[in-house]
Each structure stands twice: as C-alpha cells, then as structure tokens.
Design a protein around this ligand. Structure first.
Ligand code: NAD
Length: 478
C-alpha cells in the first residue's frame, strides 16, 4: 500500500515546499502523518500572478479543449482510486470503501462539468431589422476558493471543476486537516496537461490566506464551503471590493416522517445515513420529526440501528463509521449532548467519546429534545440525531423551518398531497422524498437562508463562474 504523500504547494504549474509547516494528524490514531507546507506572502503573490497568467490562457482556450483536459484528469483520478482513497482515510478517518466512492464522485464532478463546458450557451435576442442583441457567457476571472475537510477529494473537486470548466483560473486553499485529497487532484491535472497557472493549490493559516487573497483585484470570485460564521466573514470581506461570492454553508436538515410510511425502512435508512461520514456532512439528516402514531416504533428501530454501527479505524474491514475529523468536534458534540440532557432530552444511545486515543464518538440518538436545547438550533456536524414527535404535517413543516438554515430537507411519505405541501412550504435548497441522497453532479445543490448563496452542480453550477455580456451589434451606424 502507498504511503501518505509528501505535501507541497502547487503554484504556476510547479511544486514547492515551505520552511513553515503544520502537522497533519491521523484522527484515528492521533499520529502525525504529514507536514503541511504553509504559504507565505511571496507564495500567495506568486499564486496571484500565476492565476492571472493562467486566466489569460485558459479563458481563450476552446471549451472542447478544456473539456478534454478535464476528462483526461478525471480518468487519471479513476486509475489512482486506491492510492487517493488511502490518503483520504489516513487524513480524514472515513472507512476506506467510502473513501474509494468519494474518489469516483470527485471524478464525476469533473466529468459532468466537462460536458457543461461545451454547453454554456449564450442566446440571440430577436430584434432588428439590422441589429443583433447577443448574450455571451464569459468566464469571470481568477477564483479564490476555500474547501473544507469533510470530503477531502470531492469538496475541492466541485470548486475546481466549476472554475476550470468555465474558463476561469483558480487558487484553492484546501483544508489544513485534509490536504492530500486536493493534492491528488492537482497532480492529476498536472499529468493531464493543464496549462501552468490555471490551477494553484495553497495551504496554511486560513485567515491569513483569505484576508490576503480576497481583497486583491486579481480575484473576481470567492467560493467557500464551510461554516456559516466563516462564510459571513468572507462575504463581508468580498463585498468591500464588490467581489461576488458562492457560499455553500451549514445545514441542519429536517426529516419529516409521515404516518403512512414504511416505519422500519425509514428508521433504518435514516439512522444509517445519519452516521455516514460520522455525521460530518452539511446535508446530514439530523432533526427527525416523526408522526405521533409511529413515533415509538420509529425511535426503537432508529436507535437499534445507530447502536449497531461498527465504529473504528477506517482502514479496518467492516468499519462503518470512522473517527471525527478533529478534536474540536469531540468537544462540540459532548457539549451538545450535555446541554440537551440537562434540558430534559432522553439519551437513547451513545453520547460519549469512545477511546482515549483517536477522535471517536459514539453514534448518538437524543429523543424528545426541547426547543430550548442548543442542538435544536445549532448544527451538530457529528453522529448525533434528534428524534421528536409531531402531531401533524403542519407542525412538522413549521418545526422543519424553525432554524436559520435551509440546505437539505427530507421526507418519508407515499402520499402525493403531503409531498406537494412539502415542495411548496419547506424552506430548503434541496428536498428529497423517500431518499436521503441530496446531491449528484447533475443536480444543482445549495442553500437558502443562512445556508448560503448560489448553486454548485447541474447546469446552474457554472453560472457563478461566468458573467453575462450583452452585445448590441448594428449592421450600420445608427
Ligand atoms: P471552522 O468554521 O473553523 O472552519 C470551517 C472551514 O473553514 C475549514 O475548512 C477552515 O479551513 C475554513 N476557515 C476557517 N476560517 C477561515 C478563514 N478566516 N478564511 C478562510 N477559510 C477559513 O469550523 P470547523 O471546526 O473546522 O468545522 C465545524 C463547522 O464547519 C461545522 O459546524 C460546519 O458548520 C462547518 N463545516 C461545513 C462544511 C460544509 O460542507 N458545509 C464542511 C466542513 C465544516
């Protein structure tokens, strides 16, 4: 098996090291597995200059040629699936088989956006005689992007794919906890023949990098995935320069379980999905609002499934859930559980850290959680589910909408009248009924309210990376 890669910055088509580094820790063992090179001011200046030069080349490269490079890079990622997955499990902790699937999902983002590159059509507006109004979609410029640690490969893939397909250049700061996923992407593009400067990868202290890049005139778009707090901060910084943003922020997904559903199937599906990626997913199903009539049965199946989750080192066969990504999440989860219990919630299973070594936390189910508990408003971002009873669909929708977030929402029902009501009234960017899949490369994904601004994926995914230019062209001078 391959070892963890030697981490480097990628600027202007070349790899470089730095004298200042931060340790990268395996969350399952707490061992140091790598040294993160921290970009200094000169590195960032070089990245900006490279992105400017890269944009000049790439924005004038035919979409078909851009797509070819992207498809070649995606094919390379697929052939390196095992090597990349190995790095992801080491740095993030998720089970190896899930890391392998993430590599494929990352490749799919590039493949979908490669197709979109050649379909980013403008239009001709009928008018005349003797004059054409033509709408062009042109790449916006150099992008400063920031990706988080929960999906080390597919999160950076989304941003890089959107930028490169549109003809933009990009400086990506990948998460300091999980740098290898993004490095493997840069390697694949390097080997696929991407011109120098189109993709630049930096690491380091997040606030230092964002505050240096965002105010720079070369940067024409800020794309971020992470917490709402940081998203707001970056949006404020960007707005001072009238730089547009693409913000994919937190969620606190409700799941409305109606009385007509298959109770056991919904409970088992919801419980196992909740524990995927140790609950560290912005679309993770978290607040289950279950009709009174089926509440007890649902809660029992849900709790049994959660308690049966096999937790361990993601490198071990049969493990379903790895550790949390960092120690901050252990502290946050413990505080949410203690607060909810103090306010009267029932702890059905879990609630504690598992070992003294490694950031493992038990799959946790809280029931009958009062609205005053912090976790009813704040995203737990961990393996913690809330199961509460409701008396009607109206009540469930009202509770679903009662948080500042509006990213993913889910429902289990076979009734089309219930489904219609939820489509009309649930405040979310993505609503999934009888499935807990919220996002695919071909579907637009993003939030409303404090969950962010803009969409990634689907046809809409390239919109933010492009600007509209309207050309009025008269055949004679008028
Ligand atoms: P955090 O808010 O400290 O960091 C979240 C991400 O933002 C990290 O990747 C970090 O590198 C980056 N970041 C932090 N400060 C930054 C700055 N000034 N400039 C640029 N980037 C910056 O939180 P955390 O403890 O790492 O993660 C916990 C919270 O983050 C969760 O509660 C969740 O809401 C959110 N999160 C969301 C997603 C998502 O997919 N939407 C992914 C990871 C984390």
């Amino acid at each position: 098996m391959t070892s963890y890669p030697d981490l480097q910055l990628y600027i202007g088509g070349a790899w470089r090291t730095t004298t200042e580094t931060l340790p990268v820790v395996n969350p399952a063992t707490e061992e140091i597995i790598g040294h993160l090179p921290c970009a200094g001011q000169q590195d960032l200046d070089d990245a900006l200059a490279a992105a400017q030069a890269g944009f000049a080349i790439w924005s004038r490269t035919a979409p078909r040629d851009r797509a070819d490079v992207m498809l070649r890079a995606a094919a390379i990622m697929r052939t390196r699936q095992d090597e990349i997955a190995h790095s992801i499990t080491l740095e993030h902790g998720k089970p190896y088989q899930q890391a392998r699937l993430e590599v494929i999902r990352g490749a799919e983002f590039f493949e979908w956006d490669a197709g979109e590159a050649v379909r980013a059509y403008g239009r001709v507006i009928p008018s005349g005689p003797g004059i054409d109004y033509i709408v062009h979609h042109q790449p916006i410029g150099a992008v400063a992007a920031f990706s988080p640690w929960n999906f080390p490969m597919s999160q950076p893939a989304r941003k890089i794919a959107g930028a490169i397909a549109s003809g933009c250049s990009i400086i990506l700061k990948a998460a300091e906890e999980t740098p290898a996923g993004a490095m493997h992407i840069a390697r694949a593009f390097h080997d696929a023949g991407l011109p120098a400067g189109v993709l630049n990868l930096v690491f380091g202290i997040p606030a230092d990098i964002s505050s240096y890049l965002i105010p720079n005139d070369i940067i024409r778009l800020v794309a971020f995935t992470g917490s709402t707090t940081i998203g707001r901060h970056l949006t404020t910084m960007a707005s001072d320069h009238m730089t547009p943003v693409l913000m994919e922020l937190g969620g606190h997904a409700p799941v409305i379980v109606c009385e007509d559903t298959d109770v056991k199937a919904a409970a088992v599906s919801g419980s196992s999905r909740k524990m995927r990626n140790a609950g560290q997913v912005c679309t993770s199903p978290t607040r289950f609002f279950v009709h009174d009539q089926i509440f007890d049965e649902f809660l029992q199946h849900f709790t049994d499934r959660a308690a049966a989750t096999v937790v361990g080192n993601g490198m071990e066969r049969g493990v379903e859930m790895g550790p949390l990504a960092n120690h901050r999440r252990i502290t946050a989860l413990s505080e949410f559980v203690d607060d909810a219990r103090n306010k009267g919630a029932d702890l059905m299973t879990g609630g504690s850290r598992i070992n003294a070594k490694g950031y493992f936390f038990e799959p946790t189910v809280l029931a009958n959680v009062p609205d005053s508990a912090r976790v009813m408003q704040e995203e737990p971002f961990g393996p913690l589910a809330i199961v509460n009873p409701v008396g009607s669909l109206d009540e469930a929708i009202e509770r679903a909408n009662s948080v500042p977030y509006g990213l993913a929402a889910y429902a289990f029902t076979n009734r089309s009248d219930y489904a219609n009501q939820m489509v009309e009234r649930v405040e979310a960017g993505n609503l999934s009924i009888n499935t807990l899949e919220a996002s695919l490369p071909e579907t637009p994904f993003g939030g409303v309210k404090s969950s962010g601004y803009g969409r990634e994926g689907g046809t809409e995914g390239l919109h933010h990376y492009m600007v509209v230019k309207t050309v009025s062209h008269s055949y004679t001078i008028v």
